[in-house]
Structures are given as C-alpha cells and as structure tokens.
Design a protein around this ligand. Structure first.
Ligand code: ZN
Length: 148
C-alpha cells in the first residue's frame, strides 16, 4: 500500500498532521512520541505506508535502521540512559514505527524486557522449544529457506 488516507503517520509524512521531527532522510522520519515513556522517547517511521518493517524494501530497511542508530546515539548523549530500547511496532497503528526508548536499569522498560526473558506462560511449550533436537530442527528449517 503506497499510503493511507486515515493513517496518522502518513498524515505526518504528508505534512497534514503536526510532529516534532528530530531527524529525517529521503525514506524515513524520526519524531518525538506523543506519549513518551521517558524523555527522549522517539519513533522512527518509514515514509511509505507498510505495517511491518520486514515488508519494507531492503533499501528502506537499511535507511530506517540507519536513522534509528543516529537518533539512538543522540538520545544516549542527551539523556545518558544505560541503553536505548528498540522494538518495532505495526499492529495498533499499521505503519512501521520503531520505538527508541531511553532505558535505565530497573525502569519499567527494563522490567518489561526482563519479564519477557523470564516468561513462564506456556513454560512446557517453551521448554520443548529449547530442547537441542528441536532447536536444530528449527535452525535447519530457517537455514534452508531461500531469501526472497
Ligand atoms: Zn501510514
């Protein structure tokens, strides 16, 4: 989909909705999040309407993550977080957006990621996935698929 009339990020890209842009390229835009989880929390979006980053072209993906790196390093210098948590979204607003959230040890973002690492729901299924034979099967399956 080239763009979407009602998509808030497409409206920002077209200049029809306000945004605090901190950096931009031909293919991507970095802006402050409207509801920041921490000072410096930014979003990096593709200019083209697509829900998920892996459905962008290789050039768009390289550009998106290149801009994310630049902005994450600015956030590091400005706010001195331990790291800049990064995750890609596309479900609630179906337009590629990378979260760049300054994170400090023990803060809600850090606890969230730690909780994911200690995820116990479906523990039996997860334990089965961790079995060496199962891991080898999954690795072989992914390795055998040609890139498209
Ligand atoms: Zn859009």
């Amino acid at each position: 989909m080239a763009d979407s009339t009602d998509c808030v990020f497409c409206r920002i890209v077209r200049g029809e909705a306000p945004a605090l842009v901190v950096a931009e390229t031909r293919l991507s835009l970095a802006l402050l999040d409207l509801q920041p989880l921490a000072a410096g929390h930014c979003l990096v979006i593709s200019r083209r309407h697509e829900a998920w980053w892996h459905d962008l072209t290789a050039e768009e993906t390289t550009d998106l993550f290149g801009l994310a790196r630049r902005v994450a390093r600015r956030i590091k210098r400005a706010y001195r977080p331990d790291f800049v948590a990064t995750y890609a979204r596309g479900r609630r607003i179906p337009h590629v957006h990378l979260f760049l959230v300054p994170s400090f040890a023990g803060d809600p973002v850090d606890r969230h990621f730690n909780a994911l690492e200690g995820w116990q729901e479906g523990a039996g299924t997860l334990a089965a996935l961790a079995e060496p034979a199962r891991r080898a099967e999954v690795a072989a399956r992914l390795a055998a698929i040609d890139d498209d």
